[in-house]
Design a protein around this ligand. Sequence first.
Ligand SMILES: CC(C)(COP(=O)(O)OP(=O)(O)OC[C@H]1O[C@@H](n2cnc3c(N)ncnc32)[C@H](O)[C@@H]1OP(=O)(O)O)[C@@H](O)C(=O)NCCC(=O)NCCS
Length: 186
Amino acid sequence: MTASMTAEKLPNSTIRLRAIEHDDLPALQSWWNDPDLWREIGSRRRLTALAHVETWYEELLERTEPHEGRTFAIADDAGRLLGTAWYSAFDLADRHSEIGLYIGDEYDRNHGYGAVACRALASYLFNELGLNKLRLIVSCDNLRAIGCYEKVGFSREGLLRQHRFFAGSFHDFLLMGLLATELKRS
Ligand SMILES: CC(C)(COP(=O)(O)OP(=O)(O)OC[C@H]1O[C@@H](n2cnc3c(N)ncnc32)[C@H](O)[C@@H]1OP(=O)(O)O)[C@@H](O)C(=O)NCCC(=O)NCCS
């Protein structure tokens, strides 16, 4: 992927996936420590010092091969960081991978940025890296995320009962999948 790739023009903004820069790390640290974000994601908050984010970033920079997985910044046309999108568990034999994303601040959610970023990541993985299928898991309570993924073309493939424990109880998750032929442009 080039340093900056135009994802799609929305009425008020152009959303891009770009490389994460060192200046992005303080924002990432604040999101990694945000309990509301992690509750929505459906996981436990990571209590993370800036030094841990720096270490993570150094390791990210070392990853140059597609199969190692990558994390990209989601940014608007002014370069403002909105969140991150990543892929992992890259399997070239079966040509599938796992993906995930978040928009860090609540006031930036529900504007279509997530769907645009998800489409951009999926296009990159299908068209540039030759994958055939993407999968993700999402908490059954996270209706906004499910709505976002269905807009992009993901289908519900299975129910993972009591899959994770957070906020004092077990939570069911959905397994969702997207074939290359199913990606919806808008
Ligand atoms: C999930 C996330 C990435 C989606 O990005 P986003 O920019 O907010 O999503 P979008 O605006 O592109 O799409 C959301 C869709 O869900 C719909 N939606 C929102 N709340 C909903 C609800 N309670 N029930 C049903 N649909 C809902 C929206 O109307 C929208 O669909 P529309 O454009 O057809 O109206 C973002 O909200 C986020 O980062 N949330 C916190 C972290 C998280 O949950 N990450 C995903 C973990 S799997």
